[in-house]
Ligand binder design. Structure first.
Ligand code: HPA
Length: 270
């Protein structure tokens, strides 16, 4: 595994001599951030050795290098989901490569269903913590000490410092932010009403099918993490409505400007 990570990182380094310390996974709700990246250079996933290829509708797969404001960044447009059939090592491979390239901070976005009764569709929820319910763990198997410790600490998976900054930015721009616990599940089914209820009872505020694997690997390799969910549908008792991919995309698109502003300012300021 380490050889593959190094091979891929070397391939990228050869093409992009300036390697940023900041990476962004452009999940749902953050696609438009691409339009704010200047001096863009791209690498399609299909042209990168050892990279999996993204298949899901609404996600095109490439790495983008450039500047966000004054900061050098790299961005993943399109991510790999467990439900697509990738194993967890594949899902998290790009994060390993980021670390190998020298990335120190990872920003992530996603779409999620809200269980917290104070949430509305279109709200943004800063992820304060997560509950990992994926059936396979990204660190399962042999541990390479070169990559990180066997038993990584997860007491502050999501950087308190970055969360604080995000709230300051939101306040200054009159953006209302929620915060809460993200439950990571395998999908691809949305939840039954009983499942939403269960996830709420165990301490979740929102549920989604991504992010947790990437964050675990980022923390394993000691990267600082900030993540935010756009609430695209509600799993609140009594008002569980039909959820669909189209609705998720529509709600995410509406919340996009807020999400973009916060991420952009946060990346520039931290
Ligand atoms: N459940 C799981 N994943 C999701 C949801 C949901 O309700 N909404 C967007 N992604």
């Amino acid at each position: 595994m380490i050889e593959k990570i190094k091979e891929t990182a070397a391939f990228i380094k050869e093409r992009f001599p300036i390697i940023p310390e900041t990476a962004i996974i452009l999940g749902t709700g953050l696609g438009e951030l691409v339009n704010h990246i200047t001096n863009q250079k791209e690498l399609a996933y299909k042209d990168i050795p050892n990279f999996p290829i993204s298949t899901v509708e609404g996600h095109s797969g490439k790495l983008i290098f450039g500047k966000l404001g004054t900061k050098d960044i790299m961005a993943m447009q399109g991510r790999f989901h467990f439900y697509e059939g990738y194993d967890m090592k594949q899902v998290t491979f790009p994060v390993r490569v980021m670390k190998q390239l020298g990335v120190k901070t990872l920003f992530v976005s996603n779409a999620a269903g809200g269980m917290n009764p104070t949430f509305k569709v279109g709200d943004l929820m800063v992820i304060r913590d997560h509950i990992n319910l994926f059936p396979e763990h990204p660190l399962h198997g042999k541990n390479y000490n070169e990559l990180g410790p066997r038993f990584p600490d997860m007491s502050e998976a999501y950087s308190k410092r970055l969360i604080k900054k995000a709230f300051e930015i939101a306040e200054k721009n009159n953006i209302y932010l929620q915060q809460g616990v993200y439950v990571g599940t395998q999908g691809p089914t949305f939840e039954t009403p009983a499942e939403y209820k269960y996830f709420k009872i165990i301490g979740g505020d929102a549920v989604g099918m991504s992010t947790v694997p990437e964050v675990i690997v980022a923390r394993h390799s000691d990267m600082e993490v900030f993540a935010i969910s756009v609430i695209t549908d509600l799993g609140v008792e009594g008002i569980v409505e039909k959820a669909s991919h189209e609705e998720v995309q529509k709600a995410a698109a509406l919340a996009q400007p807020k999400m973009t502003l916060i991420m952009k300012e946060l990346v520039e300021q931290f």
